[in-house]
Structures are given as structure tokens and as C-alpha cells.
Design a binder for this molecule. Structure first.
Ligand SMILES: Nc1ncnc2c1ncn2[C@@H]1O[C@H](COP(=O)(O)OP(=O)(O)OP(=O)(O)O)[C@@H](O)[C@H]1O
Ligand SMILES: [Mg+2]
Length: 225
């Protein structure tokens, strides 16, 4: 077991007191090496769940365990450290910094690293650039490369810290079919060859069927498919 959520609730405060319940009693175990797709209608809580899995947000109630260790008792500082080493994120809109080059974008997480890295970040970045077919783009700026290439830069950035878990919220949502398929090919490879655990959110049925586990959310709950 890599990650376990039990009895997770997430409530959002809207005005001072109006509360919206985005997650209702979520119980979910993710094992090492799984490649999971989360599907469900807009507003069903998929991104909220991803934020909790990725330690970007706290649940209102419930327990999150990583490798059997309860992380809901950690303080913010400890959670940040754990997140930076354990999770790599890929977003629908790439979230690259336009003022930085491809290489600089990929290196961002290493600048904020809280522990000494046992590898050379630049060498690792260059390896990822090569692996993700971005050779020659090292010094380009994000707005000068294609969407598919931008997403591959985002993937390299997500991997620079060598995370166990990769979370991707609609990674192909802003891409044409061909670029989307390239991203899926890389994700599948990272899962198969590197044994990384991957969770993606998608609206596209043919993307979801390429994973080996499907979770459907409706109205803040996981439902049987
Ligand atoms: N910060 C917030 N404050 C109040 N309500 C929120 C907040 N974030 C999300 N919500 C609400 O929680 C519900 C779940 O949102 P979430 O973003 O998780 O949905 P989603 O399944 O990812 O949808 P989509 O497919 O459109 O991305 C929605 O009704 C949303 O409006
Ligand atoms: Mg979402």
C-alpha cells in the first residue's frame, strides 16, 4: 500500500459559513505501481481528491496514510517536505513560468528542495529533456514551443525530484489527440519501466481505458462502475 485515504471529507467554506461538501466519506487505497484514472462529471470532486492525494490541501475529516504512516498529524513544514519528495504534479494548463527557459523550468523543484540531492540536477534535467524528446529546446521559452512540448516540460519538472507518485489532472485536456497520445505513452512508460505510481484525472474515455484501474466519482463520492 502506497497511499490510503479513509473516511475523508472535504468541506469548502463559501461565504462566512455556507459550506459546500466536495468529498463525502472517501475510502481509497492506492498500491505501489498502479496506474489509475479518475473519471466523473464536472464538479464531482476529482480535483479536490487529487489535491488531497498530492498533499496540497488538508481534509476536513478523515485519515491519509502514506506507507502506513499517518500524515494527517504532520505539521505544514513536514508536509511540504514530504510533498516535494513524494509527489510530482502535471496540470491541464502546464503551469510553466514563461520568463524561464525550458531547462530552468525543469529545475525549479530542485531550487526549493529541502534536502541535499544525491544527483546533479542539471544532468538529471538533461536526461529528462532527452528522454521526453525535447533536445534542442533547453533554452527556449515556454510560449515558443508547442502545447505537447510544454506538457513534456511539465512532466520533466514533475520528475526531477524522482517522486514515487505522479499526479496529473487532465494532462491531455488542452492537447490535440496526437500530442495527448504522446503524453499517455510517456506516462505508461514511467509506470511500466520506472514502476512509478500514477493517478490521472480525465474526461476522455479512450485515455481512461489506457490505465489499469478506473475510479468514478459522482457528487463527492466514489461509485461502482
Ligand atoms: N475553493 C473552493 N471553494 C468552494 N467550493 C469549491 C472550491 N473548490 C472546489 N469547490 C467546489 O467543489 C466541487 C468539486 O470541485 P472539483 O474542482 O474537485 O471538481 P472536478 O470534479 O475537478 O470538476 P472539473 O471536472 O470541472 O474539473 C465543485 O462543486 C466546486 O465548485
Ligand atoms: Mg477538476
Amino acid at each position: 500500500m502506497l497511499l490510503q485515504l479513509s473516511g475523508i471529507w472535504k468541506e469548502y467554506q463559501i461565504d462566512e459559513q455556507v459550506v459546500f461538501t466536495a468529498l463525502k466519506d472517501i475510502n481509497l487505497t492506492i498500491d505501489e505501481g498502479e496506474f489509475t484514472a479518475i473519471v466523473g462529471p464536472s464538479g464531482s470532486g476529482k480535483s479536490t481528491l487529487m489535491h488531497l492525494i498530492g498533499l496540497l490541501d488538508h481534509p476536513s475529516r478523515g485519515k491519509i496514510k502514506i506507507r502506513n504512516k499517518d500524515i494527517t498529524i504532520l505539521n505544514d513544514d513536514e508536509i511540504s517536505t514530504l510533498r516535494s519528495e513524494f509527489v510530482g504534479f502535471v496540470f491541464q494548463s502546464f503551469n510553466l513560468i514563461n520568463k524561464l527557459t525550458v531547462l530552468e523550468n525543469i529545475l525549479i523543484p530542485t531550487i526549493y528542495a529541502r534536502k541535499k540531492l544525491d544527483y546533479n540536477p542539471e544532468e538529471k534535467a538533461k536526461y529528462l529533456i532527452e528522454r521526453f524528446g525535447l533536445q534542442g529546446k533547453e533554452n527556449s521559452y515556454p510560449n515558443k514551443i508547442s502545447g505537447g512540448q510544454q506538457q513534456r516540460v511539465a512532466m520533466a519538472r514533475a520528475l526531477i525530484m524522482d517522486p514515487k507518485l505522479i499526479l496529473a489532472d487532465e494532462p491531455t485536456g488542452n492537447l490535440d489527440t496526437k500530442s495527448g497520445n504522446e503524453i499517455m505513452k510517456l506516462l505508461k512508460e514511467l509506470n511500466k519501466t520506472d514502476r512509478r505510481t500514477i493517478v490521472i484525472v480525465t474526461h476522455e474515455a479512450d485515455i481512461a481505458t489506457q490505465t489499469n484501474r478506473l475510479i468514478k466519482m459522482v457528487d463527492g463520492q466514489i461509485v461502482k462502475i
